[in-house]
Design a protein around this ligand. Structure first.
Ligand SMILES: [Zn+2]
Length: 247
């Protein structure tokens, strides 16, 4: 696999749920390090509706606004762990046309912000299926014409472009709760295998989201990536996805 600029590996930084400090703190920190990321923004109950101009500036700086649906539906399994999510938004009860419509409307809303027609999808709660039992079906094929890629399941694996890649369910590694040693090992493994690591994060520092990466660890990660500039290509998910070999 040949990555742009002669790089030996690729990495995408992704941040979920449209938090205000993504705009105010995280995106500027990435820009100061010469990096650009993907921000997966649900339309409903995110900072997007409150401050569309701020999110437009973030997109104009070269970050991706990723599709994270309208209502952030997830599989409520087990239900007691999903008090925050109404049963109306249980992906197990979603129909294919319902999910497609939601992803389409989210695309339209994000397009009003950033003017872009191509973006990736961040599977909410890393859930990759709708429906129950024998009626369950994968989300990826349902929306493959609406988004250029899907971040997919939480696999803790590096994407191997030389293998058969499911572009709509790439798999990702969680950065939430990581120590810098974990992330140094991930970068080293990515360079060693020539693959693409997709990091999923939520809050940076405590107090913004139940899931978070320590602020000092995040700062060290950005410094590590900036120092690996010649070897590791850091770009938004939609940008890297378009460099994958055609199936
Ligand atoms: Zn989310």
């Amino acid at each position: 696999m040949h990555w742009p600029g002669g790089c030996r590996g690729a990495l995408s930084l992704s941040y979920d749920d449209g938090l205000a400090h993504h705009v105010d703190v995280v995106a500027p920190a990435l820009e100061a390090a010469g990096l650009r990321g993907t921000f997966y923004v649900p339309i409903h109950r995110s900072d997007l509706a409150a401050r569309p101009a701020a999110w437009r500036r973030l997109a104009q700086a070269g970050h991706e606004l990723g599709n994270h649906t309208v209502f952030h539906p997830c599989r409520r399994e087990p239900a007691e762990a999903f008090d925050w999510l109404s049963p109306a938004y249980d992906l197990a009860g979603y129909r294919p046309e319902q999910l497609r419509a939601e992803v389409q409307v989210a695309n339209q809303a994000l397009q009003l912000i950033d003017g872009q027609h191509r973006r990736s999808f961040g599977h909410t709660c890393c859930d990759t299926r709708i429906g129950r039992g024998a009626a369950a079906q994968p989300i990826g094929p349902l929306i493959a014409d609406l988004c250029v890629a899907g971040r997919g399941a939480h696999t803790e694996r590096i994407v191997q472009p030389a293998a058969a890649v499911d572009r709509m369910d790439l798999g990702c590694c969680s950065g939430d709760g990581c120590r810098i040693g974990d992330l140094e090992r991930l970068v080293a493994a990515t360079l060693a295998c020539g693959g693409w690591a997709i990091l999923m994060m939520h809050g940076v520092g405590a107090g913004h989201h139940p899931l978070s990466i320590d602020a000092a660890v995040h700062a060290a990660l950005l410094a590590l990536l900036a120092a690996q500039h010649d070897a590791l290509w850091v770009a938004p998910v939609a940008v890297v996805a378009q460099h994958l070999p055609a199936r």
